[in-house]
Design a protein around this ligand. Structure first.
Ligand SMILES: *[C@@H]1O[C@H](CO)[C@@H](O)[C@H](O)[C@H]1NC(C)=O
Ligand SMILES: *[C@@H]1O[C@H](CO)[C@@H](O)[C@H](O)[C@H]1NC(C)=O
Ligand SMILES: *[C@@H]1O[C@H](CO)[C@@H](O)[C@H](O)[C@H]1NC(C)=O
Ligand SMILES: *[C@@H]1O[C@H](CO)[C@@H](O)[C@H](O)[C@H]1NC(C)=O
Ligand SMILES: *[C@@H]1O[C@H](CO)[C@@H](O)[C@H](O)[C@H]1NC(C)=O
Ligand SMILES: *[C@@H]1O[C@H](CO)[C@@H](O)[C@H](O)[C@H]1NC(C)=O
Ligand SMILES: *[C@@H]1O[C@H](CO)[C@@H](O)[C@H](O)[C@H]1NC(C)=O
Ligand SMILES: *[C@@H]1O[C@H](CO)[C@@H](O)[C@H](O)[C@H]1NC(C)=O
Length: 453
C-alpha cells in the first residue's frame, strides 16, 4: 500500500525534537553507607541533578567496594595497573585496611570519580590482585586490571522509571554558571508526548478511493517504567516488565470518496518522531517511540461518499506488560470517552470503520547488545458502522437530504438504510521478539438507526 500524501505539509506542523542521544550520569543520591565491608551486592544510581531515572544492581563475582559511598575517601587515583585510595581519617583508613582483603576471586573497586579512573560519564570497574596499605599516607593501593561489567557481574538488575512530564524540567543551559560540568546538562525524561494537528489534508488517494481529513488532531503521552533482570552468567533473561502510563485524545473529521465498490483499509501513517535515546553507557540504552495512524476500514458495494466525525479520549490508561509471562499482563484506567457521527451519500450496503492507532513503544539494549528487546502498546479506538439496505430500497440519495431516525433498535428499517454502529477500543501488547496479543478490548453499541433518503 502506498501513501500518497502531502508529507511536507504534515511534517511542517510537527515539532521534531533534537535527535541527540542522552547519557545519564552516575549519581549518588545520598546512598546509605554500608561500612567498609566489601559486598557482592552493588547498587548504583544514574540520573539527573536530583532524580534517579535508572538504578542498576549487580551481583559481582568478587566482593566489591563502591568508593563513592565512603565519605572519608579524600581522593582516588588510577593508572593502568593500580587504584590508589587516600583517606582523610585514620580510623576510616584502619577500618578499610582490615576489611579490604583479597578473596580467591579478588576484590573489586568501583570508581565514580572525575579524573583518570573512568570515562567521565561512566563508573569504572577494577579487579584487584594485590593490596597494600600505607599507614603513613593513609593510602591503600591495589594492583588492578580494568574490567567490563560482563566480566565482573553474574547478574544485573536494571530499574528505570519515567516521571510525569510536568515534573520533568527540560534543557538547561550548558554554560549556566550554577551548573558544574558534572551536573546534568539536560534532564531527560522517560515521558514522551506527541501531538499531530493536520490542516485539511488528503491522507490517502489511490483510485477508487480518496480519504481526506477536514480536521485531525491527535495527541498522546506516555510515561515509561520497567524492570529488567538478566543473568550474565547464563545469558538468561529473568524478568522484563514495562509499565505504560498513557493518555490520548483524537478528534477527526474525515471525508471518504469512493468512485466504485471497494474493500480495503486506506491508512495514513504520520511521520515518525525520533526521541532521544536515553542511555547509561555500556549498561542500557532506552529508545522510546510514539506513532500515529489514521485509517478507515472500508467495504462498500458501490461508489459513494462518506463523512465521519469522530472523537475519543483516554485520560489515564495503565498497562503492565510482563514480557516473560504473557498471562501476567494487567491493565487499568482504560475508560474511553467518545462521540461520533457518520453520513453516507448513497443507499448502499457499506461498512465504514474509521480508526486511530496510537503506538507507544520502547526498545531496550543492554550490555552493549547482549540483550535487545522491544515492547510496544498499540491503542486502537475504532468506530464500526454497518449500513444495510432495506428490502426494496435501491434509489440513491445524498447526505444533504438524509435524515436519521431512531427505530427503537428493532433493526427493521421499512424505508431506508439501517445503520448499526459501535465503538470498539482495543489494546494490543507487542513484544517484538516473542509475542503479541490483544490485552484489553471493549465494544460499546452506539446506534441502531434508520437512515432515510
Ligand atoms: C543481594 O540483594 C538481593 C536483593 O537485591 C538480596 O535478595 C540478597 O540477599 C542480597 N545478598 C546479599 C549477600 O546481601
Ligand atoms: C533508585 O533507588 C532510590 C533509593 O532506593 C530510589 O529513591 C529511586 O526512586 C530509585 N530510582 C528508580 C529509577 O527506581
Ligand atoms: C574527607 O574528605 C571528604 C572528601 O573530600 C570530605 O567530604 C570530608 O569532609 C573529609 N573528612 C574529614 C574528616 O576531613
Ligand atoms: C604501620 O605499619 C607498619 C608496617 O606494617 C607497622 O610496623 C606499624 O606498627 C604501623 N603503625 C601503626 C600506627 O599502625
Ligand atoms: C543476586 O543474588 C541473589 C541471591 O541469589 C538474588 O536474590 C538477587 O536477585 C541477585 N541480584 C541480581 C541483581 O540479580
Ligand atoms: C450528517 O448529516 C446531518 C444532517 O444533514 C448533519 O447535521 C451532520 O453534520 C452530518 N454529519 C457529518 C459527520 O457530516
Ligand atoms: C558484553 O558482552 C557482549 C557479548 O560478548 C559484548 O557484545 C558487549 O560489548 C559486552 N558489553 C560490555 C559492556 O562489555
Ligand atoms: C442532494 O439533495 C439536495 C436536496 O434534495 C439536492 O438539492 C441536490 O441536488 C442533491 N445533490 C446531488 C449530488 O444529488
Amino acid at each position: 500500500m502506498t501513501f500518497s500524501l502531502s508529507t511536507l505539509a504534515v511534517a511542517a506542523t510537527l515539532a521534531v525534537p533534537a535527535l541527540a542521544g542522552f547519557d545519564l550520569q552516575p549519581k549518588n543520591y545520598g546512598h546509605k553507607r554500608h561500612g567498609y565491608a566489601p559486598s557482592k551486592n552493588v547498587s548504583m544510581q544514574y540520573g539527573g541533578v536530583d532524580t534517579s531515572y535508572v538504578n542498576v544492581s549487580l551481583n559481582t563475582t568478587a566482593p566489591a567496594i563502591l568508593l563513592e559511598d565512603l565519605s572519608a575517601v579524600s581522593s582516588v587515583d588510577c593508572d593502568d595497573y593500580s587504584v590508589s585510595v587516600a583517606f582523610n581519617s585514620s580510623s576510616a583508613f584502619a577500618q578499610a585496611a582490615s576489611a579490604w582483603k583479597l578473596t580467591k576471586n579478588g576484590l573489586l573497586f568501583i570508581t565514580n570519580h572525575l579524573g583518570d579512573c573512568d570515562v567521565e560519564l561512566e563508573r569504572g570497574f577494577f579487579l584487584a590482585d594485590s593490596i597494600a596499605a600505607n599507614n603513613k599516607t593513609l593510602t591503600i593501593v591495589a594492583g588492578t586490571t580494568k574490567q567490563s561489567i560482563n566480566d565482573t557481574a553474574t547478574d544485573i538488575e536494571i530499574v528505570f522509571k519515567g516521571l510525569p512530564q510536568t515534573a520533568a524540567t527540560t534543557v538547561s543551559n550548558c554554560s549556566s554558571p550554577s551548573l558544574t560540568k558534572r551536573d546534568i546538562v539536560a534532564t531527560p525524561s522517560l515521558t514522551i508526548a506527541n501531538s499531530l494537528s493536520l490542516p485539511p489534508t488528503v491522507l490517502y488517494s489511490q483510485s477508487p478511493v480518496t480519504l481526506t481529513a477536514e480536521e485531525a488532531s491527535i495527541s498522546a503521552s506516555a510515561t515509561l517504567s520497567g524492570t529488567i533482570r538478566y543473568s550474565i552468567l547464563t545469558f538468561t533473561l529473568k524478568e522484563f516488565t514495562v509499565d505504560f502510563d498513557t493518555s490520548l485524545s483524537a478528534d477527526l473529521e474525515l471525508d471518504l470518496v469512493l468512485t466504485a465498490a471497494y474493500n480495503a483499509t486506506p491508512k495514513y501513517t504520520a511521520p515518525a518522531l525520533e526521541y532521544d535515546v536515553i542511555s547509561v553507557p555500556g549498561i542500557i540504552a532506552i529508545g522510546p517511540e510514539l506513532l500515529f495512524d489514521i485509517g478507515v476500514a472500508v467495504e462498500v458495494d458501490a461508489g459513494l461518499a462518506v463523512q465521519a466525525k469522530v472523537s475519543t479520549a483516554i485520560t489515564d490508561g495503565n498497562v503492565h506488560i510482563d514480557v516473560l509471562n504473557q498471562g501476567a499482563v494487567t491493565t487499568s484506567g482504560w475508560v474511553p470517552t467518545f462521540a461520533h457521527s457518520v453520513n453516507i451519500s448513497e443507499n448502499a450496503h457499506a461498512s465504514i470503520d474509521p480508526f486511530v492507532d496510537v503506538t507507544v513503544g520502547i526498545a531496550c539494549k543492554i550490555l552493549g547488545g547482549l540483550l535487545d528487546l522491544s515492547v510496544a502498546l498499540e491503542a486502537q479506538p475504532r468506530f464500526n458502522n454497518d449500513f444495510t439496505l432495506s428490502a426494496g430500497q435501491s434509489e440513491s440519495g445524498n447526505a444533504t437530504s438524509a435524515t436519521i431516525s431512531t427505530d427503537g433498535g428493532s433493526g427493521a428499517c421499512a424505508n431506508g438504510v439501517e445503520i448499526v454502529s459501535d465503538f470498539e477500543f482495543s489494546l494490543i501488547a507487542i513484544v517484538t521478539q516473542f509475542w503479541s496479543s490483544t490485552i484489553y478490548s471493549v465494544s460499546v453499541p452506539v446506534a441502531d438507526e434508520c437512515y432515510n433518503f
